[in-house]
Design a protein around this ligand. Sequence first.
Ligand code: AMP
Ligand code: ZN
Ligand code: ZN
Length: 416
Amino acid sequence: MFKPLLAAFLAAASLTACTTTSASTAPVAPPIPIAAPAEVRAPVTILISIDGFHPDYLKRGVTPVLSRLAAEGVTGPMRPSFPSKTFPNHWTLVTGLRPDRHGIVGNRMEDPADPKTVFTMASDNPAWWSAAEPIWVAAEKAGVRTATQFWPGSNVPLGDGVRPSDWQQYNQAITTTQRVNGILDWLRRPAEIRPKLLTLYFEAVDSAGHAYGPDSPQVNAAAADVDAAVGALVEGLTALGQPANLVVVADHGMAATSTSRVVALDKLVDASFYRVVEAGPYASLTPLPGREAAVEKALIAPHEHMQCWRKGELPARLHYGRNARVPAILCLAETGWQVLPTTPAEPRRGGAHGYDNMAPEMEALFIANGPAFARGGTVPAFDNVDVYPLLRDLIGLPQAPGVDGSDTVFRSARAR
Ligand code: AMP
Ligand code: ZN
Ligand code: ZN
């Protein structure tokens, strides 16, 4: 971009010189317009989620771009919040609150305040989401323009109806290339309508992990595809002359599962005594009226490969169980096992997440790379509630009081 501009400038300058030296003999040439100098762009912040990407995938030799961003930026082991599911953790990453406080306590939820409706991953009723303020609402209120190429909750109007200035309804059919092009197109805009905080989301690694397990060639292929998409983003940013602080995260990792490792609830207690709200790495359930004692007696007892608690008695380290939306009983499987309503009819192997958030298999990817970060830095293990305070620093917002996380862990990893 610089060279043609310089050439135009030199051409104009030499023409001006010609016209002045031969002014008495030749007609005066009309002035040649000189293009404005190229804009010096301030860094933007791009939060990228690669759903279900365990940091060990970086060691498989299939992610040259992400591995380079990690080596030349900052990495560290990030623990998800409990439950290690997609919606609770995406909402934690952008609010700095654990699920019990931000209200998205599962991918599927019931609320005693409104027993007729069930929350699913397609629910955009603000009532489900309004206990916390995501970073894009805080940013927009402070005059920092935001844009989301998908993020759970970013299609929901919050507070006085605030959404990101630009947002996209989630659609799995939009390819990784189209998503990256969407980000680059937004950054190609004139400065007044250009976002300063952007999000980008990829589900392919998680989908392959569920279908084939974390150690499958399909996960490696999906990781390679997403890696190439991040590479295209980095190249596009360079071509635009757009510096960026990239914060690449996952919401959780992935553990191998098999139908040979299942605890069937109906073998322990009459299935007509309770309603299962979620099942898999953990099952949450609500005993039906009059059946509470029978369900508790059967479940709140020692079991192989599973432990159940009343919601108010969950281990403190899970920070879970006080929210009204958490069902009365939660049964957590040993990592790699599943708690299901009944024994599956067909044998199947695959992957799942939702386990204890301290389980090594649930660890989540974290890479930060850009002018704000040291080169080749590492940070000690931290909880994903700390990402929101980091994002506030990057976009120039003061820290918000009362959140569960803090930016302390990243201080030594910032560029000096
Ligand atoms: P999980 O069941 O926890 O593995 O959730 C992962 C799935 O969440 C992905 O396969 C996506 O299809 C879905 N998902 C991710 N983001 C969104 C969104 N913004 N809206 C609806 N579904 C989403
Ligand atoms: Zn996920
Ligand atoms: Zn998943």
